[in-house]
Design a protein around this ligand. Structure first.
Ligand code: MTE
Ligand code: MO
Length: 390
């Protein structure tokens, strides 16, 4: 089958697919156990979630590999990997998060369509590559700085892979030109992940990384870049990854009434405990991650040990991925913080985490208020039950 040449993967992954499907691993969608996310600040490549819409393509003969840059530009060009490597290399520590992260919890309120995910469709990596703004400048498209608006010209990324949603065509997505040409947006054409050559699962030989934006726009296995007059008309921009209000169902949905989701909202999750966790009386450590989109940092993480009646602020750590970095270090505005708080527990209780970002955005209290038929962007307060055992 077209899936006979998938790369080897870590056996600790929880594979998320329709249990009824005879082709359980096709396409391969998997997340690590919660505890893996809080065991290191930079998520190891082998524990990083994998989200695919088709088989993993094989790109060999790297010398011949090139990215076509076309569309509304004066001089269309083929860029070889050596052209991209000859541009200044940046290391950007950025958290990649699937819009479907925490979908399983949303589906418990009411049925949703999509791959089920626990809280680990997210990871924090040091991405190494050229800035898209430098690549575009090389082609005569000037750098811009300033605000990003969704309308107007877009830069489209088209992949090598093939997927059902595009009727056998390649996966694609786009971002506004104003973001693509802004060096401070840190959009990368990445060829390294955590200091290693990007592997096949994550987009070898070249992928886009759009920091602060839902994972769906970070196109893997890049084949071409097109400058368009307006946003990409592909499935994943127009018929997926949009957030609808709870009143919209499959009978009254009007896809064109909503914009494609770009920045992700403020999010956090507890990773040291399962949904229902047995503990003995005594000290319990609450650890997890918090992150916000659009370059908004995390201001605070609050923990409640009594179902939301009272709150205590957790301590936060955020370290640049220094081990991997030599020059051109990025700031940490795209990266998660890990949080921790320790409590004395003497009875069964509900534990809650909620994060606040630098714009004072707070996670919504209930999943019901953000429920949507595609099950995207569940950023509701993360709740777990502690059950006291003896
Ligand atoms: N790019 C291609 N070419 N094909 C895909 O299926 N999936 C997208 C994005 N880029 C996808 C893609 C989605 S939905 C997410 S969340 C991220 O890649 C996942 O990246 P990862 O597998 O490296 O974690
Ligand atoms: Mo995703």
């Amino acid at each position: 089958s077209e899936y006979s040449q998938e790369p080897p993967r870590d056996p600790c992954f929880k594979v998320n697919a329709k249990a009824s499907s005879p082709f359980f691993f096709e396409p391969f969608n998997a997340e690590p156990p919660r505890s893996a996310l809080v065991s290191s600040y930079v998520t190891p490549v082998h524990l990083f979630y994998k989200r695919n819409h088709g088989p993993i393509p094989i790109v060999d003969h790297i010398e011949n590999y090139s990215v076509a840059v076309t569309g509304l530009i004066d001089n269309p060009k083929m860029l070889f990997i050596k052209d991209i490597r000859s541009l200044p290399k940046y290391n950007v520590t950025a958290t990649l998060q699937c819009a479907g992260n925490r979908r399983t919890a949303m589906s418990k309120v009411r049925n949703v369509r999509g791959v089920g995910w626990d809280v680990s469709a997210i990871g924090n990596a040091v991405w190494g590559g050229a800035k898209l703004a430098d690549v575009l400048e090389l082609l005569g498209i000037p750098k811009l700085t300033g605000f990003t608006t969704l309308g107007g010209r877009h830069v489209e990324f088209v992949s090598v892979d093939r997927c059902k949603e595009e009727n056998g065509g390649p996966y694609k997505a786009s971002i506004p030109l104003s973001q693509a040409t802004n060096p401070d947006a840190d959009v990368l054409l990445a060829y390294e992940m955590n200091g290693e050559i990007l592997n096949r699962d994550h987009g070898f030989p070249l992928r886009v990384v759009v920091p602060g934006v839902i994972g769906a726009r970070s196109v893997k296995w890049l084949d071409s870049i097109n400058l368009l007059a307006e946003e990409c008309q592909g499935f994943f921009m127009q018929k997926d990854y949009k957030m609808f209000p709870p009143s919209v169902n499959w009978d009254n949905i009007n896809w064109s009434s909503r914009r494609p989701q770009m920045d992700f909202p403020v999010q956090s999750a507890i990773c040291s405990l399962e949904d229902v966790q047995m503990v003995r009386p005594g000290k319990v450590s609450i650890k997890g991650y918090a992150v916000s989109g659009g370059g908004r940092g995390i201001e605070r993480v609050d923990i409640s040990m009594d179902g939301g009646k009272s709150w205590v602020e957790a301590s936060r750590t955020q370290k640049p991925g220094r081990d991997y970095i030599s020059e051109h270090n990025s700031s940490d505005k795209w990266a998660w913080v890990l949080f921790e708080a320790t409590f004395d527990v003497s009875q069964s209780t509900e534990v809650i985490a909620k994060a606040v970002d630098s714009a004072a955005n707070v996670q919504p209290e209930n999943v019901e208020s953000v429920w949507n038929l595609r099950g995207v962007l569940n950023t509701s307060w993360h709740r777990v039950l502690l059950r006291l055992g003896h």
